[in-house]
Design a protein around this ligand. Sequence first.
Ligand SMILES: [Zn+2]
Length: 260
Amino acid sequence: MKIWPSNGYATVTEPGRRAIRGAALLAWVALACASCASVPTSPAAPSPELSAARTFAEAGLVDIRTLVPDISQQIRYAGSENFVGVPVEGYGAARCYLRESAAQALQRVEQSLRQEGFRLRLFDCYRPARAVRHFVRWAADLSDQRTKARYYPDLDKTQLLGDYIAPVSGHSRGATLDLTLLDCRGADGQCVPLDMGTEFDFFDASANTDSPQVTQMQRDNRQRLLRAMAQQGFRNYPMEWWHYTFASHDSQVLYDVPLE
Ligand SMILES: [Zn+2]
C-alpha cells in the first residue's frame, strides 16, 4: 500500500508495501508499468475521495459468493493470521466484496481455471478505509513486534510506515484483490495451494512477481495466476505476486462500509 506523497492527503496508493531494491528491477517496473494505475504518473494526481455510502448496495459492491458460491476464501484480516496479528478493524466477517464488474470478471477467471483443474483462493478484496487506518496505527506502534519473524524478518518496523504502510489503499475502491491458486488435479480431489515462493503479505523483494530469488517453478506458478487474471482484465502489481486490480475500474472513490 505504498503511497506517493504530494501536497496533501494522498495521491496514488496501490498497496505495495515493498520497495523494490536495485536499479535494474526498478527500471523494469517503470517500463512494465508505464500505463499502470499502481504507479504514479504525476505528482499532481487527484486525491481520493471517501464515499458516504453506508451499505454495500449504496457502494455498488457485491459479495463474490453470490456469483461463485463455493469460491475458496481465506480472508486473513478477519482473523489473527495476518501481519497485524489480530482481526483488523472493519473485518467483522470474512467476506469478499467487489464492484460488480470486477466480481463478474473474477467469476470468469474461476470458470476458466476450473476447466484446467485449478481454483482461486481469495485473501482480501474490498478493504474498508478504517482497516487501512488500523494498519497505519499498527505500523506506528514500534512496541508491537509480534509478527516480525513471519512477515518482515529482514526489515526494521520503522521502515514499514511510509514505505510499506500508507493511509490509502486501492483495495478500498473495490476493484482490487489479493489471491493465490489452488491445484485440484490430485487423485484424491483435494485442492492444495500452489507454491508461490513466499506467503501472502510477506514484506520482501522475494514477493516481487518476477523475483529472481524464488525458484523457476515458483515463478511459473506466479505466471499461471498472472495469465489467468490478465485474460479477464486484471493487472498485477509487480511488487506483490498476489495483488491484482481490475484494469477497467478507474474511479478514485474509496469506501468505508464495514464487512459484517
Ligand atoms: Zn493487495
